[in-house]
Write a protein that binds this ligand. Structure first.
Ligand code: AMP
Ligand code: MG
Length: 411
């Protein structure tokens, strides 16, 4: 009798869709601006005032009426407007006011001529070395942003410049998504702490640290759990504790087809629904994704393979988008296309995620994609700065033909 044909594995795009479809965004909270760095904004922010809020000089020089500004004309200074100390009068014909960068341009002035373009004569008189052009070097009130305009949309990540925008518009408190709480639970009898010298058959806990770095950068709070042993009772207890208060459980190891791969049955025994287990990816095929309803909310579990490159790739491709979606932020993969620095072989039924570096060839940036070696070799993987994505069933790529890179994150 013939064996039934094997079911094709779930493709990686479908797997990401399933993850994102299961996500329920977390509630919001209000934080001080100083605590907003790296958070996902959860409100629309409008300008509370025009910017600039006054007619502002872009140069150190003199403010004058453009019609008085013919080359060679002479104007007399009637005051000074430094940043923060405006000149309070108005300009009459033939007059000018000394202005500094950021100073208020006085009413009546329609040009600022920089210091390099004027010559100081006796007393307070200046000769113009160049004609003044109307509106030259004046940023008019509201010319950057009008009061009421939307300056930040919900979901954006608050990196430096955006925090500066919040400050510009007076938001000293800001509504953001709550940080997802991730329980980090490596499994495996052979896993020892980083400070230990491994005995025969033991390995140091690389996954905990590599994955934690990725998760923190994505805005998660990571709760470290002790390594769980490969025994049903011990793993059940460890998962019960780790998942109790966390939004997301991340395990590593114990999820493939070995005799001690107990993560799937333990999750199911604790009320989890498996959305997928094993997908068409290399490395990372054993990946598992599950959810459960617990204490009135949805909780998520990612069972990552133990091999360090597999765990890392699966975290980057699936856990990080989930962390973003939980915060209401854009969660899809961002891809770049670059010419390949060399030929690449055809791929099989699984998508391949490969380390890559950038290379300049004939003045053009190319992707130097490594061939797959091992899902265990984190050291070699970590030498690359980029991840390349070769779709399943791709034809071979010739030098110079396009390849896809994941724009973030990097190894
Ligand atoms: P497993 O998926 O549990 O069969 O583990 C696959 C391989 O990954 C084995 O060689 C493990 O020793 C290794 N491994 C599992 N967990 C970790 C970890 N936390 N850090 C480094 N290597 C690990
Ligand atoms: Mg194991």
């Amino acid at each position: 009798m013939n064996a039934p044909p094997a079911q094709p594995l779930l493709g990686i795009e479908q797997a990401l869709e399933r993850v994102l479809a299961a996500i329920v965004a977390l509630p919001h909270e209000v934080v001080a601006l100083a605590d907003a760095h790296g958070r996902a904004l959860a409100q629309t922010v409008q300008a509370d005032a025009d910017v600039p809020a006054f007619d502002r000089s872009a140069m150190d020089g003199i403010a004058l009426r453009a019609e008085d500004g013919a080359q060679g004309a002479i104007v007399s200074q009637v005051g000074e407007s430094a940043a923060g100390s405006p000149f309070l009068g108005a300009l009459l014909p033939g007059q000018c006011v000394r202005v500094m960068t950021g100073g208020v341009v006085p009413p009546g002035a329609t040009a600022v001529l920089p210091v390099e373009r004027i010559e100081r004569l006796d007393g307070d008189r200046y000769r113009l070395l160049e004609a003044a052009r109307p509106e030259q070097n004046i940023a008019r009130r509201g010319s950057e942003v009008h009061q009421g305009a939307v300056v930040l949309q919900p979901g954006v990540r608050l990196h430096g410049a955006r925090v500066g925008v919040l400050a510009t518009y007076g938001r000293d408190r800001v509504q953001v998504a709550r940080r997802p709480v991730v329980a980090m639970l490596p499994t495996g009898n052979e896993i020892v702490p980083v400070g230990a010298t491994p005995g025969l058959g033991q390995v140091r806990d690389a996954n905990r640290h590599a994955l934690t770095g990725l998760l923190l950068a994505a805005g998660a709070v990571v709760q470290q759990q002790p390594v769980a042993a490969d025994a049903r009772a011990a793993l059940t207890k460890a998962v019960t504790e780790a998942w109790r208060d966390a939004d997301v459980l991340v395990t590593s190891g114990g999820v493939s087809a070995g005799d001690y791969d107990l993560v799937p049955p333990v999750l199911q025994s604790l009320g989890a629904t498996l959305h997928f287990h094993k997908i068409a990816i290399k490395p990372g095929k054993p990946l598992l994704f599950a959810t459960r309803q617990h204490g009135g909310r949805t909780q998520y579990a990612f069972g990552l393979p133990g091999n360090p490159v597999s765990a890392y790739v699966c975290c980057a491709l699936f856990v990080l988008p989930a962390i973003a979606a939980l915060q209401g932020a854009p969660a899809g993969w961002q891809l770049l296309t670059l010419p390949s620095a060399g030929p690449l072989p055809a791929t099989g039924p699984r998508a391949e995620i490969l380390p890559a570096t950038l290379l300049q060839l004939a003045g053009q940036t190319h992707a130097n994609v490594q061939n797959f070696t091992s899902s265990a070799d984190l050291t070699r993987f970590a030498q690359a700065d980029w991840l390349a994505w070769r779709p399943a069933h791709s034809q071979q790529v010739l030098t110079g033909a396009p390849v896809l890179l994941l724009a973030s994150p990097r190894p």
